[in-house]
Design a protein around this ligand. Structure first.
Ligand code: 13P
Length: 253
């Protein structure tokens, strides 16, 4: 399985940033050498106003574009929202769903995430379903239970697991500079793999990429990305600058 290196730009970005994909490729050439795109897929998830121009900016660069959210309905009176079909029309092919910032600030509970994931699949896009415990849940020893429950309720019943990416992002590690120990990341990713095997069966579940996110940086990427069930990274702060994003891509096994 290829490693997926995904940058979540959150609410950062301006039209001048359409230069970034080419800058990235200058630092991390596709199909060039041992550190090539043969082993690494690159995804950038910019704010919604940039989706279409970023798709155009990535033409020929083998970089995919994803959205950070979508609505679960196809169309209608939902001021300020964008449907999965609309995301698909931009040429983007992934949607991040259930990010902890959306769960905490915009009411994206598990059922909402499941409905949005369902709409994303129906639109032919790949959902990246985010899960992760907060600090209190980690300290209370409930991290695995919380993540297992989020997974069960955030993936819609009809999903077959064939087109699905999971991102494990411990809430307390996001933007904080704090990172779980390698052992804790390995235990959680193994747990997530187990949940996916129970749900979808081994052959399908084994092919689901499970990304790690939360203060992933060039300095810690090599050891984290080398862990057995870590299939890539979902990167916030370090994904805004192409030198650090390229350094993380370079660190992929
Ligand atoms: P940081 O890499 O800035 O901690 O953010 C992680 C994240 O939330 C990616 O979705």
């Amino acid at each position: 399985m290829k490693t997926l290196i995904a940058a979540n730009w959150k609410m950062h970005g301006q039209l001048a940033w359409t230069e970034k994909p080419a800058q990235f490729r200058a630092l991390f050439p596709a199909n060039a050498n041992a550190n090539s795109n043969d082993r690494v897929d690159i995804l950038i998830c910019p704010p919604a106003h940039m989706l279409q121009i970023m798709v155009a900016a990535c033409a020929g660069l083998d970089i995919s574009i994803g959205a950070q959210n979508c609505h679960d309905q196809t169309s209608g009176a939902y001021t300020g929202e964008m449907s999965a079909q609309m995301v698909a029309e931009t040429g983007a092919n992934h949607v991040i769903l259930g990010h902890s910032e959306r769960r905490a600030m915009f009411g994206d509970r598990d059922e909402v995430v499941a409905a949005k994931t369902s709409a994303t699949l129906k639109a032919g896009l790949v959902p990246i379903v985010c899960v992760g415990e907060n600090r209190g849940e980690r300290e209370a020893g409930q991290a695995e239970e919380v993540v297992g429950a989020q997974l069960a309720a955030s993936i819609p019943q009809h999903a077959d697991g064939v087109s699905l990416v999971i991102a494990y992002e411990p809430v307390w590690a996001i933007g904080s500079g704090l990172v779980p120990t390698l052992e804790d990341i390995a235990i959680m990713h193994d747990h997530i793999r187990g949940c996916l095997i129970t749900r979808f069966g081994a052959p399908v579940a084994d092919n689901i990429q499970i990304l790690y996110g939360g203060s992933l940086k060039p300095g810690n990427a090599k050891e984290i990305l080398a862990l057995k069930d870590v299939g890539g990274g979902l990167i916030g702060g370090a994904g805004l600058e192409m030198d650090s994003l390229a350094a993380i891509a370079m660190a992929a096994p």
